[in-house]
Write a protein that binds this ligand. Structure first.
Ligand code: COA
Ligand code: MG
Length: 394
């Protein structure tokens, strides 16, 4: 995009100002396919701005139909179907993105915690085929073992091969007086991402993000190469969900922490979970609104694998994309629950094919196998296929 146009656009529309890094460009395989066509992309509260080197709208749609339903040329936050004076700027609002957008990020069906001072468990985790390995320095580590945890995590990140698993570190809460030391100790080993616990406001996410930007600059790493996941597990975090979810482009997921939340509000945890259900719903809804992933609460009963499976399936039905876990025996049932079955994928494919045919014939609603199919059913089927695709199943 030439400088003149950029300057003109920036003055007219501040949200289109200088190219900024965000997760869409560098860390997302599907979007990086656009990099030869787009000079930059930026997420704002209005949507995803893409700045093109040249007019490639049709090529984008054809190249990756799973991500973008429609791209309109746009200059003023309103989408236009006709060419405008700045044809090389698009706005893709959330409603124009298909369900697979969220799944174009790294797959995070299960996120396994272990105390950061326990090298044996870190090594064990690597052999489990789990999507994310999260080495803890927060509540899973005794106060007098924090230093040990930091150095063990540094060593693990530097020396061990984690294979395809994501290398995450859960730091202490911002403002705890411990987090500066956590960052100093582990960042130079370049984790893939950090989990920030007890997030109560957007400024906490931004504070960590700025620290990451400094570290990236200092080490010459790509800007944005360390992502963030925010744990919502306090009453304040729940009431500030909207600002937290939109706080920073590094943020890829919201994680729901039920035990801490119950403690914070003074609720008693039950198996049915009515006491935390509002928050559990709010987290997944805000994640969806901001195109983030959502990871469900920990299932505490290590013996009850059937109960874990049930709760994971329930979370998947609620649109959670994954779940936190704490023991090797929880990996398989949870990852299975967040992977659509072959039957579900097959049915979704048939729904979408049939819907396309009926659309051509001018019918928005029709029956398939005796059940009514209309637009929301088709959208649900798109979700199933998006999930399956993310897990390499489609
Ligand atoms: N990650 C990796 N390996 C783990 C593990 C975990 N979270 N939990 C257990 N293991 C390993 C054990 O080291 C043991 O390995 P070994 O057979 O090679 O010795 C094996 O799995 C079986 O463990 P088990 O005896 O059933 O459990 P335990 O009594 O050793 O540990 C917990 C029970 C709850 C302490 C342990 O699962 C744990 O530390 N979980 C994570 C807790 C945590 O991080 N909490 C904070 C986030 S909510
Ligand atoms: Mg917690």
């Amino acid at each position: 995009m030439d400088h003149e146009k950029t300057a003109e656009l920036s003055s007219l529309y501040p949200c289109c100002s200088a190219p900024q890094h965000n997760r869409l460009v560098s860390y997302d395989d599907e979007i990086s396919m656009f990099c030869d066509q787009f000079s930059c992309a930026r997420v704002t509260s209005t949507g995803v701005w893409l700045f093109c080197k040249k007019w490639t709208n049709h090529r984008i749609i054809m190249k990756n139909p799973s991500i973008i339903k429609k791209a309109y040329r746009c200059c003023d936050g309103v989408c236009h179907s006709k060419p405008l004076e700045f044809p090389n700027c698009f706005l893709l609002t959330a409603s124009l993105l298909t369900a697979s957008w969220r799944f174009s990020m790294r797959v995070r069906r299960a996120l396994l915690y272990m105390p950061g001072d326990d090298m044996r468990k870190i090594q064990k985790a690597i052999g489990l085929g789990v999507d994310c390995i999260c080495m803890d320095i927060e509540d899973g580590v005794a106060t007098n073992r924090k230093a040990e945890a930091r150095s063990t995590i540094y060593q693990a990140l530097s020396e061990l091969n984690f294979g395809r698993a994501e290398r995450l570190v859960r730091i202490n809460p911002v403002g705890s007086g411990l987090v500066e030391e956590d960052l100093r100790a582990v960042l130079s080993a370049h984790p893939d991402g950090l989990v920030i616990p007890k997030v109560g406001g957007a400024e906490q996410v931004r504070w960590v993000s700025q620290r990451l930007a400094l570290a990236e600059r200092e080490h010459g790493w790509p800007v944005g190469s360390i992502v963030l996941l925010a744990l919502i597990e306090t009453a304040l975090g729940v009431v500030n969900l909207r600002e937290i979810a939109g706080s920073d482009p590094r943020l890829q997921a919201l994680i729901f922490g039920a035990e801490d939340l119950a403690g914070d509000i003074g609720a008693v945890r039950t198996r049915e979970g009515r006491e935390i259900f509002y928050a559990r719903s709010a987290v997944v809804t805000h994640a969806a609104a901001f195109n983030l992933q959502a990871l469900d609460m920990v299932f505490m009963d290590l013996q009850d694998i059937e109960g874990l499976r049930e709760e994971s399936l329930e979370a998947a039905r609620m649109a959670y994309t994954g779940k936190q876990i704490i023991h090797p025996n929880q990996v398989v049932p949870v990852q299975e629950a967040f992977t659509p079955s072959d039957e579900a994928v097959d049915r979704a494919r048939r729904v979408i094919e049939a819907a396309a045919l009926h659309q051509q014939e001018g019918a928005g609603a029709f029956t398939l196998d005796g059940k009514m199919v209309d637009a929301p059913v088709v959208r649900a089927a798109e979700w199933v296929l998006a999930r399956a695709r993310a897990e390499g199943k489609d």
